[in-house]
Structures are given as C-alpha cells and as structure tokens.
Design a binder for this molecule. Structure first.
Ligand code: NAD
Length: 361
C-alpha cells in the first residue's frame, strides 16, 4: 500500500504535485490551499479531486500519511509542529523557521513523535552538488581549500512578508550546496551588512540591510566558506551560485545565469616552472538518472526542478518514510543550516563579531 501525501501551498507547491503523482510509492496526492481559485486551478491541471482548503482538515484526516508544506515561510514552524503532533510525516520548503526557539521545538517534536521531518532544500540536491560530493568523498577532487556561495534575488513586488527580511535568514540556497558537498557543520560566523534599507522597510523585521555577507568556520574542517545574500537594492542578475576550490580541481557554477559552469584542472607547468596553467572545461554533470526511480527520470532535466533537485528531494522524503529511516536533510540538519543564517545576521547586527552557530543533536 503506497503513501497518501498532501501538498499544502500551491503556488511554488504546484510544481511539486506531479512529482508525487509520479512516485511509485505514492498512491494518492491531496491538494491543500487557502485559496479556492488556486485549488480549482491546480486541481484541474493535475486531475486531482481530493482538495482541502484548510490544513486543519488535512491534519485531521487519518488517511493522509505525510504533508509537504509550501505555504508562506512565516507559517512553516507552526504548521510543522501541528503536522508532527497530528501524526503526519512532514516535509517543508525553506526556510523551515524564522526563530531559533522554533528550530529547537521542531527537533524536539520530530524526536518525540518519531515521525519523519525533511527540509526540502533544492540547493543541496542539484546535479553538481550530488556529483561533487561524490568526487570529494572519493578523493578525486583533492582537498578542498575554499567555498563560496551567493544568492541574489530582487524581492521588489513579492508578497509583503519578504520586505525587509534579514538576508541571511534566507541564505540557505547559498550555504547549502557547500555544506552538502563538504558534509560539514557550520561552527562560527562573522558577517557584515551592506547598504541601508529605507527606515519603513527596516522597521518590519528590525533589519537595516538589503545585503549581508558572511565568513563561516566549520567544525572539524579547515575550509572557510564565504556566503553573500541580497534581496533588495542590488542591481544584478538573479543567481544561486557556488564555487568550490581544491588542490586538484575547482568548480564554479557561474556568477550570472548567462555564464557557463566551469570545471578546472591543472595543466602544464607555467614558464620557468612558475605556477601551472589551468584547464577550464565547460561543466556537465555525469549520468545521474539512477538517483530517482524510472517514473521520475524524465523530470530531472525540467527547468523548474532545480537541476534535478526537486525529484530527488521527493524521492528521499518518500523513501525515508517507506524505509522507516531518517531522511538526509532531517530536523537536525535543517536546524543547523537555518541557525547558521540566524547567527550570521546576529553577527552583522554586532558589526562583524564572531558568533557561534548553535549545535543541535
Ligand atoms: N528553491 C526553493 O527551495 C524555493 C523556491 C521558491 C519558493 N520556496 C519557498 O516555498 C514557499 C512558498 O513560496 P511561494 O512563493 O509559493 O509563496 P506564496 O506566498 O506565493 O504562495 C503560498 C501559497 O500558500 C497558500 N496558503 C497561504 N496560507 C495557507 C494556509 N494557512 N494553508 C494552506 N495554504 C495556504 C496561498 O494561498 C498560496 O497559494 C516559501 O516558503 C518559499 O520560501 C522555495
């Protein structure tokens, strides 16, 4: 008997519904959105008749095994706790919470209930991240020296809850690829804010900055990570990008959407033996269709699926439930990565002081 999964919040969530419909371990998908028009639109496009306008109705339905929350981010923590306490496995779009205490509550609720919780962070499961993690683990990439992540996106005109949000509270798309590749926990951070929001925007979340930039030290790992996030007043192409540099190879995903990702290797010694030439090849990931079941393979390359990340995340969440095991991006990982952003914003407010990233177990 396969799972019944409810997808709640059907703007971004609309893109995830077909992935659950295709998954061989999912029998039934239920749609949930507060807006009747959205429910009708997505119901018509997916052919799904099971619809709920209220998350409470979903949580009260004993036939539903799991909920994937893609509602506005300020609702995530409360809805996650409600879902777990109602006996539902819970997946959540980033960011999972906006306060440190909520992260502790989520970790505790997951542990108390024994249910599965997974953060559906697309940056941790893209083709290059899956590939480079394997290359680093096998030693083929060499020892990593440095990693840099950036996420720039202009949030003018987006729903009001984004206005003035501390950039580092939603820095996970810049940080996650690096942490996933290195398998590391962020330990300390020093960060600075840059620019100044108008005072009415600053008042909303008590954040003065349109952009924040941070340096992370890692636990038991000598690599430093540099992470930059902007949401307002930064005229440039939107991008989620990362680079990782090692002693044998380097990778750069490109710093605008028009740039090609490059994979670097050493060439011949330079003139007089000074330095080495560098071979920069356009990067293309290896064959990764084995990462998802056959039914999901055609979706890996679809542009809305974040370089294969969304189908892989759905597969990991569903299989972790079927196999009664913790998912890869469980409550502890979600808390550590999210708290890393909170710590960076705190550091920026303190003018760059070293702030410890809380640890969760
Ligand atoms: N790459 C990524 O991981 C990625 C990309 C885009 C968005 N997101 C995240 O996905 C989430 C949703 O983003 P969005 O842009 O679609 O947000 P949105 O505000 O545009 O849409 C949210 C949807 O949820 C519905 N909704 C609101 N309250 C609800 C409730 N209480 N119960 C049920 N439905 C409710 C709304 O009607 C709407 O359809 C956000 O947390 C965002 O951060 C992540």
């Amino acid at each position: 008997m396969g799972l019944t999964v409810a997808v709640a919040g059907l703007n971004f969530g609309e893109l995830w519904v077909p992935l659950y419909q295709l998954h061989p371990d999912v029998d039934r998908v239920v749609l949930c959105d507060a807006s009747v028009e959205t429910l009708e639109r997505v119901g018509a496009s997916t052919g799904i008749a099971d619809r709920a306008q209220s998350l409470d109705d979903v949580l009260a339905d004993p036939r539903i095994d799991a909920v994937h929350l893609l509602t506005p981010l300020q609702l995530h923590a409360e809805q996650t706790l409600a879902a777990l306490h109602a006996g539902k496995h819970c997946a959540v779009a980033v960011t999972p919470a906006l306060e440190l205490d909520q992260l502790h509550q989520i970790v505790k609720a997951q542990q108390d209930t024994g249910l599965n919780y997974m953060m559906m962070e697309t940056g941790a499961y893209s083709d290059p991240v899956v590939h480079l993690r394997a290359e680093i683990d096998s030693g083929a990439f060499g020892n990593v020296t440095f990693g840099r992540g950036e996420h720039h996106q202009d949030m003018e005109g987006w729903p009001g809850y984004w206005v003035g949000l501390p950039p580092m509270w939603y820095s996970i798309h810049a940080l996650a690829p690096l942490l996933a590749i290195l398998g590391a926990r962020p330990a300390t951070v020093r960060a600075l804010g840059s620019g100044r929001l108008p005072s009415d925007r600053e008042a909303k979340w008590g954040n003065p900055y349109p952009l924040e930039t941070a340096l992370y030290e890692l636990e038991d790992n000598p690599v430093t990570l540099e992470v930059t996030r902007s949401m307002f007043q930064t005229t440039r192409s939107p991008i989620e990008s990362f680079s990782v540099w090692g002693d044998r190879h380097g990778f750069d995903s490109g710093r605008t959407n028009d740039e090609t990702a490059l994979f670097y290797s050493w060439g011949a010694p330079g003139p007089g033996g000074r330095g080495r030439t560098v071979i920069a090849e356009p990067y293309s990931p290896p064959e990764l269709s084995w990462t998802v079941p056959e039914e999901l393979r055609p979706t890996l390359a679809l542009p809305q699926n974040y370089n294969g990340a969304s189908p892989r995340l759905v597969h990991e969440f569903v299989r972790s439930i079927v196999e009664s095991r913790r998912p890869a991006l469980d409550a502890v990982v979600a808390a550590q990565w999210t708290a890393a952003g909170f710590a960076a914003h705190e550091s920026a407010l303190q003018g760059g002081a070293v702030v410890e990233v809380p640890s969760f177990t």
